[in-house]
Design a protein around this ligand. Structure first.
Ligand code: GLN
Length: 306
């Protein structure tokens, strides 16, 4: 039998469906595109094209991996976020669309700061950078913005410190920074933000942003296989109650942000009230909880009053 694109897609999406994928057809299409080096639309104009032996073998291997629950992003080795493709490996969390909202809140704040103080350098810390998606997207936003304002008065720029405890994650993040040409703007370092010694690196950041691990024990066991068995536990687990990193960040960021600096946190959608009161008990002001596309609480933003 000759396998055409159409028959391969049909067979593999039926198969992935029986294996519990919620998006079997789309998964099959992305994986086939990767094997063939196609864009999605090219599949549709080549439905009758036969697959050769080598392509079939590589595709079968991809489908096998997907059937075992491995996320498509790890198989492809990349994931799109905020309009850019990020390299991902099993050392980093796969960037989520919700996290793009966190980036937007930060860029809004940078924009506002530029209006009130156009000359001072703006400093941002991305605590737990993983793939680097947050830090790099902010840098890309800045580059686009500065291109538009070439004729306006110069400013002293933006610097983003991106920390992670995992060396393997930092390798991925640095590769992404090279890929997207963010140069000196994003500075990666291996730092354990929970180690008090890291406080001495405090640099007076305007904005601290973090999408920390926030899954507690109870939720962990209920996670989908693709997450639980494939994404790094280090990036997911927020200790038994899921709030450990918020406690640490609430304290740490109060000490290291400039007066009127802000903190931006992604949260699990049931953690809004808890994280809000946690920040308030650490002296943060104007604490607000923002919703995501599904209208779930997803970001908490607060101001350091002093
Ligand atoms: N900052 C990265 C992201 O948002 C990694 C977050 C994490 O590993 N918890 O995807």
């Amino acid at each position: 039998m000759i396998w055409t694109l159409m028959s391969a897609l049909q067979w593999s999406s039926d198969f992935l469906k029986t294996k519990g994928s919620e998006t079997p057809r789309v998964d099959a299409e992305w994986l086939l595109c990767s094997v063939l080096g196609f864009r999605r639309v090219e599949l549709y104009t080549n439905f009758d094209r036969p697959l050769n032996e080598n392509e079939r073998e590589r595709y079968r291997n991809f489908i096998r991996r997907r059937a075992s629950g491995e996320p498509v992003a790890y198989i492809l080795g990349e994931k799109s976020f905020a309009g850019y493709d990020f390299e991902v490996t099993s050392a980093v969390l796969i960037p989520r669309p919700e996290t793009e909202l966190l980036v937007e809140h930060v860029t809004d704040a940078i924009q506002a700061r530029l209006l009130t103080d156009p000359v001072r350098q703006i400093r941002v810390l991305d605590a737990g950078t993983g793939s680097g998606c947050i830090a790099i997207s902010i840098a890309k936003w800045w580059q686009r913005k500065m291109k538009d304002r070439e004729s306006e008065s110069p400013n002293h720029g933006l610097v983003i410190d991106a920390w992670d405890i995992s060396e393997d994650a930092l390798k991925v993040a640095s590769a992404n920074a090279v890929r997207h040409g963010t140069g000196e703007m994003v500075r990666f370092s291996k730092v354990d933000m929970l180690d008090p010694a890291s406080y001495s690196r405090a640099d007076g950041w305007d904005f601290v942003v973090s999408n920390p691990p926030y899954i507690g024990d109870e939720e962990f066991s209920a996670l989908a296989v693709g997450v639980k068995d494939f994404e790094p536990r280090l990036a997911l687990w927020g200790h038994p109650d899921g709030l450990y990193f918020y406690r640490q960040l609430a304290e740490f960021a109060r000490l290291v942000t400039r007066a009127h600096g802000k903190i931006f946190l992604e949260i699990g959608y049931e953690q809004g009230d808890l994280v809000k009161s946690l920040l308030e008990s650490h002296g943060w002001a104007s604490v607000r909880v923002e919703l995501d596309y599904a209208r779930h609480p997803r970001n908490v933003i607060a101001v350091n009053p002093s």
